[in-house]
Design a protein. Sequence first.
Length: 76
Amino acid sequence: MDDQTAKRLPPSAKLVLKVLEHEGALTQKDIIERTRLSQRTAREALERLQENDVVEKEMYIPDARQDLYSLTTSEE
């Protein structure tokens, strides 16, 4: 992620990003527990991170009702 993208992110998205960097892949429920953000704020932060190709979402195998969020792997 470049500096311009980072500057445009809201504080909630930056917090979610830091948690994912530190903890690895998490479900939205886990992100909410660790960040103490509201469900709506966490969802919006994750959407913003996905729009900027910083976070990717995949199905969470143990519970298909949830998604697993992780940092995108850049191939530079």
